[in-house]
Design a protein around this ligand. Structure first.
Ligand code: CAA
Length: 490
């Protein structure tokens, strides 16, 4: 018989649990919030008040609506109060032993027809289900931060989940105004499996000094249209949670790109967890970073590389004098791959920078080991005059944006190739779970499979890390001249 969901228990009222409780209460369900002690309970109540206050202040809720939502939520420290709940969702810290202990208790307390759900972001739902006497009634119900805003819910069914139960939970997610994607039990499911390796790689890039924190954030926001840069997002998710997800991914895959960046471990150990502790990669009260010292612009500029004519015309239009590269004070080499080879052929190698335009707002400006700091700052000033945001970076394969984007797209192809998720589900997950303007397969179609394949080959050639090798399917599609991966599924 189909389940009816009217009373829902939420265990753990941290950022995610409180957000989930709000989502259920907004949809008209009765919510029982459970925390370990009265202090934690009060903090949970505070999260809920703050979030609904925010909606009230923005005119998204009336005072009456806010009161009605809050009146649907009761708070308790006793699990026994969940005896009559139709669904219990767990949102406690990502520690398997805690989860298993809780599910053993829920198994004892809850009625036979209850659905037990975990909001785990990466731990095995199957292992959690196995601690109960009714693994058929256990699913994953994974929300995204901030839960009241992000539209995706990943519904995770295990090999033991009862037939039809995941679909019932997916229907419930629709009732909450969310879009469900039903997937199997793999570390990171769809969204985290694609998101966290990218975030982790950004941390490695920062640690290796390829580019700075704010520059990487700006490049991904303004160049790709993501709602947040990787470091702002790591701070939102929580560095401890991010670290844990990477650990779990690494344990399952042994892929070096999943091994948490050392800087994450250091920040977590220091208690700098992101927004929840007030400081992570960013600090709550941090002033805007000062603009770098920029020299007056160059009196003569040389432009090399593909698109040199067009970019040269743009510079002339802005009043710059174009001269031969051998004589220029500043040489701009349009490229998406390292430019030091071009520099060494010039009489003044220190005057050359690499330039890669990302979209119509971002200019990655790559300094080689020979580029003089003065020349680099002249190049930044020039980009500003052209109305572009300069992203200074080292002269490394694919610079910043493509180096972060292409492995993510490759992961999406691998995920599809393995049969884990459909093209539509992967695209939906990234758009609705992480606010991406387009899903990875939409992005692949726009960028072109060959461009991405070649970029991955360049990354592989530079770092010799197998994780950058193009997915076999991507390679084959390019070789066969198939323009879109969608052409396969039609
Ligand atoms: N709680 C409740 N509501 C919030 C909120 C919060 N913490 N933060 C923002 N909002 C609401 C605002 O009230 C606003 O709603 P209204 O338009 O109805 O007023 C809306 O969200 C947009 O807010 P803002 O205009 O203030 O902010 P924004 O436009 O900068 O958007 C954002 C904020 C929605 C967080 C956006 O930056 C975004 O989509 N970021 C990406 C977030 C993301 O990737 N989340 C997934 C992380 S991974 C994860 O969670 C899974 C895991 O297991 C780790």
């Amino acid at each position: 018989m189909a389940s009816t969901f009217e009373t829902v228990g939420v265990v753990g009222l941290g950022t995610m649990g409180a957000g989930i409780a709000e989502v259920f209460a907004r949809a008209g369900l009765t919510v029982i919030g459970v925390e370990a002690d009265s202090g934690a309970l009060e903090r949970g109540r505070g999260h809920l008040e703050a979030s609904t206050d925010r909606a009230l202040a923005r005119g998204r809720l009336t005072g009456d609506q806010k009161a009605e939502i809050l009146s649907r939520v009761t708070f308790t420290t006793s699990l026994e109060d969940l005896a009559e709940a139709d669904l219990v969702i767990e949102a406690i810290p990502e520690v398997m032993d805690f989860k298993r202990a809780l599910f053993t208790d829920l198994d004892r307390v809850c009625k036979p027809s209850v659905v037990l759900a975990t909001n785990t972001s990466s731990l095995s739902v199957t292992a959690i289900a196995a601690t109960t006497t009714r693994p058929g009634r256990v699913v994953g119900m994974h929300f995204f931060n901030p839960a009241p805003v992000m539209k995706l819910v990943e519904v995770v069914r295990t090999v033991t989940t009862d037939e039809g139960l995941a679909d019932e939970v997916a229907d419930l997610a629709r009732r909450l105004g969310k879009t469900p994607v039903v997937v199997g039990d793999r570390a990171g499911f769809v969204a985290n499996r694609l998101l966290l390796p990218y975030l982790n790689q950004a941390a490695v890039m920062l640690e290796n000094g390829v580019a700075g924190r704010d520059d990487i954030d700006a490049a991904m926001r303004l160049g790709v249209g993501l709602p947040m840069g990787p470091f702002a997002l790591l701070d939102l998710i929580g560095l401890d949670t991010s670290y844990e997800i990477c650990e779990v991914l690494f344990r399952e895959t042994r892929d070096r790109r999943h091994a948490p960046a050392p800087i994450l471990r250091e920040l977590v150990t220091a208690g700098l967890l992101g927004r929840k502790s007030g400081q992570g990669f960013h600090c709550a009260e941090e002033p805007e970073s000062p603009s770098p010292d920029e020299k007056p612009s160059a009196s003569s500029v040389g432009v090399l590389g593909e698109g040199a004519e067009e970019f040269g015309a743009r510079l002339s239009g802005a009043g710059f004098k174009l001269v031969d590269a051998d004589d220029a004070e500043l040489v701009i080499a349009l490229s998406r791959t390292p430019v030091v080879e071009l520099a060494v052929r010039l009489p003044h190698p220190g005057r050359l920078v690499g330039l890669h335009l990302v979209g119509d707002r971002v200019a990655e400006v790559a300094s080689t080991v020979l580029t003089s700091p003065e020349v680099a700052s002249v190049a930044h000033g020039l980009m500003r005059i052209l109305g572009l945001t300069a992203v200074p970076c080292k002269d490394r394969a694919e610079f910043v944006v493509d180096a972060l984007l292409y492995p993510y797209l490759n992961d999406a192809v691998r995920m599809y190739e393995s049969g884990y998720a459909s093209i539509e589900d992967v695209d939906t997950a990234m758009r609705l779970g992480c606010g991406y303007p387009e899903g990875p397969f939409e992005m692949l179609d726009r960028l072109g499979l060959e461009t991405v394949r070649d970029g991955l080959r360049a990354l592989y050639a530079e770092y010799r890390d197998p994780c950058f090798a193009p997915a076999p399917l991507l390679d084959q599609l390019v070789t066969a001249g198939v323009p879109s991966i969608r052409d396969l599924s039609s």
